[in-house]
Design a protein around this ligand. Structure first.
Ligand code: G4P
Length: 285
């Protein structure tokens, strides 16, 4: 799936993905949508709801290791109220992955009971994994099925019948996850997608991005900024002025004492993405 990351999304692509998903849907009992726990709203493709509305949905708040635990708990409540099953996951480290199968069994309880009545007890649960690029689909599949299985047969141009990957606890995954387009038409969502690295940040100016992040952190996570960038919680201003201050505070100066805002911006984004500023969530339910 590496090569999918550089694809520019345009309507034709989404149409093709939509067709593929629609074709596979009748084969599965449920869909499992991966969201980035730091940006559950921006990492959700609204078309998906429309497309899969008749299927039970498991929401996986992935990269939970990087997200604010309190807000993750609130997001979990939110999705439960929406009628979804929901788990949190760190597909890189593996934490939470074992909750996948039990959550599906719970979600499909009545359906599984019907199968059992008909004597179809050995029938596996079949699921399609969906999510935007970089949200962690291959990491999760590798965790659930083992590295080699998930990578097998992933060659472009090779026609093959639908294949299933079996997890250790008897769930079957469609071997090709549905790759959804990120929501680029919503400018606010695009900023958050770029901040988390879900989309390449060259579509947006680095300093502008960092300024947006600073405003957000200053409002929601002032302690993190105070600690690492010496920006007081009651500091005046936001955005670019804060970035200038951040550069000054770290001694990042150009000749003539001009704050090197570009260097500070790159550093700040790196620190955020590397969780050096702590576990931060950019959206509230
Ligand atoms: P995709 O198939 O949906 O496109 O996503 P993929 O699994 O390739 O994951 C994209 C990046 O996100 C990878 O990092 C992966 O390690 C990381 N990742 C996935 N799930 C999690 C998670 O739950 N927590 C954390 N912290 N990271 C996660 P990468 O930079 O591309 O590679 P690498 O740094 O792992 O080598």
């Amino acid at each position: 799936m590496e090569d999918m990351k550089d694809i520019q999304w345009f309507p034709g692509h989404m149409a093709k993905t939509r067709r593929q998903i629609a074709k596979s849907l009748p084969l599965v009992d449920a869909v499992a949508e991966l969201l980035d726990a730091r940006i559950p709203r921006a990492s959700h493709n609204p078309e998906l709801q429309q497309l899969t509305r008749r299927k039970p949905r498991l929401v996986i708040l992935n990269k939970a290791d990087m997200a604010d635990p309190d807000l993750t708990a609130r997001w979990m409540q939110y999705y439960k109220k929406e009628g979804c099953a929901v788990i949190t996951c760190d597909s890189k480290g593996g934490k939470g992955v074992k909750g996948f199968a039990p959550a599906l069994r719970e979600l499909l309880k009545s359906q599984l009971a019907k199968y059992a009545e008909k004597g179809m007890t050995g029938r596996p649960i079949r699921v399609m994994i969906l999510g935007i690029p970089n949200v962690g689909k291959s990491s999760l599949i590798n965790r659930l099925c083992g590295k080699n299985r998930a990578k097998a047969e992933d060659r472009a141009g090779v026609t093959r019948t639908q294949q299933w990957l079996r997890t250790a606890d008897g769930v079957e995954l469609l071997d090709t996850p549905g790759i959804l387009a990120p929501k680029l038409d919503d400018q606010e969502a695009a900023v958050r997608l770029a901040l988390t690295g879900a989309i390449r940040d060259d579509i947006l100016d680095t300093e502008a991005l960092a300024a947006r992040l600073l405003t957000l952190l200053h409002n929601e996570y002032p302690a993190a900024l105070a600690e690492r960038w010496k920006i007081a919680a009651d500091a005046e201003g936001d955005g670019f002025p804060l970035l200038e201050q951040a550069a000054k505070n770290r001694g990042m100066l150009l000749p003539g004492g001009v704050p090197n805002t570009e260097r500070a911006a790159i550093m700040l984004l790196d620190e955020f993405r590397g969780t050096k500023l702590g576990r931060i969530t950019l959206e509230k339910p």
